[in-house]
Design a binder for this molecule. Structure first.
Ligand code: NAP
Length: 324
């Protein structure tokens, strides 16, 4: 395992992060403990969570996992999406964040969160109010750093500017979606992150499973238990015909060249110099072990270019595609 700097914080993070979205859902408690231990054995020191994963259950399970090694780890969680039945149990208002932080700390059984992510952009809350709230959380020791997820590049730049003008705690990292079929981040977000020295923890490295190629096999293509078939959000996100075509090209390429498709898809994300660490998702040890073999792949520039060319390059931000 390699370790990289979390922006300019001096903190070192493993170049793979493990995501706990499956904890308490596709992975029961016992399996979650095993997944956590396997990640630790592999050298992973960062675990991503959110207040809404399995309605808080993921934070509780992660809290149990970390009880004997808390200080060795970088623990994240998030706030923003609907977390309860009350009209104000959502968004990035001061009220919602203040209510949620203590619930997350309690469930995680910890005094502080390393990175607290805003899980999305809130059109209804003044960004200064949100960032001032995050700044207060840093000042009172409940969080170490704030990060943002699912913001567009202009929203991230706006947040950076609002924090700077108001002398608030700086944003240290972002969490965008990024994989071989979802390459929008290459257009604005990843170059911006490099320019601003933001750490990037990208999610969905396997396109929620699409890039493993299992949807093209007789056994799995109509399996109602796997995410893309079961969860409408993901069926829609990865439902375009061209995405399936890219995934099939990639799957065939991986097989012809004797790579595990899951490992190769993750290694491709890791090779992007703007990415600090992809966030892995697995529901069992078999999947996790396959994902971890990405660490053994020697990703040359040539292999990287070949894989990239199987996909579709998003248009340039200025629409000037000519080279000169
Ligand atoms: N910030 C955000 O908005 C956001 C959004 C999503 C995720 N995240 C974070 O990112 C983490 C990872 O995201 P993700 O779970 O969507 O990642 P992903 O790698 O794109 O998808 C993981 C899923 O693919 C399937 N899979 C994994 N390894 C496999 C293998 N070797 N062979 C076959 N199938 C395999 C499993 O689903 P099935 O077995 O059901 O097919 C697994 O749950 C999450 O845990 C969470 O922490 C953040």
């Amino acid at each position: 395992m390699e370790y990289k700097l979390l922006g300019n914080t001096g903190v070192k993070v493993s170049n793979l992060t493990f995501g706990t979205m499956n904890f308490g859902k596709d992975a029961d408690k016992n399996t979650s403990f095993k997944l956590f231990e396997r990640c630790r054995d592999a050298g992973i020191n960062m675990f991503d969570c959110a207040n809404v994963y399995s309605k808080g259950e993921a934070e509780k399970i992660l809290g149990e996992c970390i009880k004997n090694c808390r200080d060795e780890l970088i623990i994240t969680t998030k706030v923003h999406f609907t977390a309860g039945d009350n009209i104000n149990d959502r968004g990035s208002s001061r009220k919602h964040i203040f209510n949620q932080i203590d619930k997350s700390l309690k469930r995680l059984n910890t005094d502080y969160i390393d990175i607290y992510f805003l899980h999305g952009y809130d059109e209804n809350t003044d960004l200064e109010e949100t960032l001032r709230t995050m700044d207060d959380l840093v000042k009172n020791g409940k969080i170490l750093y704030n990060g943002i997820s699912n913001f567009s590049a202009w929203q991230i730049e706006k947040a950076i500017a609002v924090a700077q003008i108001n002398n608030l705690n700086k944003i240290k990292c972002i969490q965008p979606m990024y994989n071989l079929v979802k390459r929008q981040a290459e257009v604005e977000i990843l170059p911006m992150a490099k320019h601003e020295n933001l750490a990037v923890f990208s999610y969905n490295p396997l396109g929620a499973g699409l890039l493993t190629g299992k949807y093209f096999t007789e056994k799995e293509k109509s399996n109602p238990d796997i995410r893309i078939n079961r969860d409408k959000k993901y069926t829609e996100r990865y439902g375009d015909e061209w995405m399936r075509e890219v995934a099939l090209r990639f799957f065939n390429f991986a097989r012809e060249n004797k790579y595990d498709p899951a490992a190769l898809a993750i290694a491709w994300v890791m090779h992007n110099p703007a990415v600090t660490a992809p966030i892995l998702g697995a529901r069992n040890l078999e999947q996790l072990n396959s994902c971890l073999t990405s660490l053994d792949i020697k990703m040359t520039d040539d292999l990287y270019d070949k894989i990239t060319s199987l996909s579709i390059k998003p248009p340039s931000p200025t629409d000037r595609s000519e080279k000169s």
